[in-house]
Design a protein around this ligand. Structure first.
Ligand code: XBP
Ligand code: MG
Length: 229
């Protein structure tokens, strides 16, 4: 019997990636760099999770000598901090709504007394703000725990964030179900033994989801009866 549903955030609760992408571009331009991530490039860069890791990956492929600077780690950190500020501003301006059907699914879980939790690779303040802005300040308390990129040393596709969440919940992997939008998320689930449902979006629809429990391209038709069947 499934006792908990574990939600990914980026791409799953909301189509956040274009807001992330624009926030990266804003941070680059504010710091005086003429780097620009368009949708096509970003789709490729999404193969690496975590904003700081994504900036480093971009530099490796496009400006490798830039990485030779002694203070490169601090530079990436400060670019990422600025990116987070720009992203939060977009959330607070109401530019990133939840995906259609997500609020109903969360309500359905809560009505049925099912535990809900979060497993994401993003920065904690991003999750907190996304939830507060779209579901109200109380909504943070609806989740039994929030596993994020600040809680574990390595991000998806490694299983650490799922393992952290399972430990917090005190549940076995097969007593839970995860909801993901990306291959990296699915692989993290598989490595943690968590059965995974996938709802794709424009950025992830071409990825390989073999081994997932079920795959949709929208939440239409995704409800607890369908999930537990
Ligand atoms: C989401 C991500 C994140 C965001 C950026 O992956 O990869 O890196 O794009 O977030 P998932 P930060 O949905 O699999 O968790 O810049 O805060 O790291
Ligand atoms: Mg995701």
């Amino acid at each position: 019997k499934i006792k908990a549903l574990i939600f990914d955030v980026d791409g799953t609760l909301a189509d956040t990636e274009d807001a992330h992408r624009e926030a990266f571009n804003d941070a680059f331009s504010k710091a005086g760099y003429d780097w620009h991530w368009d949708r096509m490039l970003y789709k490729h860069l999404l193969s690496v999770t975590g904003g700081k890791q994504r900036i480093r990956f971009y530099l490796q492929e496009n400006h490798p000598t830039f990485l030779d600077q002694d203070d490169i780690d601090d530079l990436i950190l400060s670019l990422h901090k600025s990116k987070t500020d720009f992203f939060i501003r977009r959330l607070e301006n109401g530019q990133v709504p939840l995906r259609p059907g997500i609020e109903a699914l969360i309500t359905e879980c809560r009505t049925r007394g099912m535990t809900i939790a979060i497993a994401t690779t993003t920065t904690p303040v991003n999750v907190e703000t996304l939830l507060k802005v779209n579901l109200g300040a109380d909504s943070l308390d609806w989740f039994a725990c929030i596993g994020d990129g600040g809680k574990v040393p390595v991000l998806k596709p490694e299983p650490d964030v799922y393992e952290w969440v399972l430990k917090e919940l005190g549940l076995a992997a097969d007593e839970t179900l995860a909801l993901e939008d990306s291959r990296n998320g699915l692989v993290a689930c598989q490595r943690a033994g968590v059965p995974c449902l996938v709802v794709t979006n424009d950025y992830t629809q071409d990825q390989d989801f073999s081994g997932c429990l079920a795959q949709w391209n929208s939440y239409e038709g995704v409800n607890l009866a369908a999930l537990q069947a």
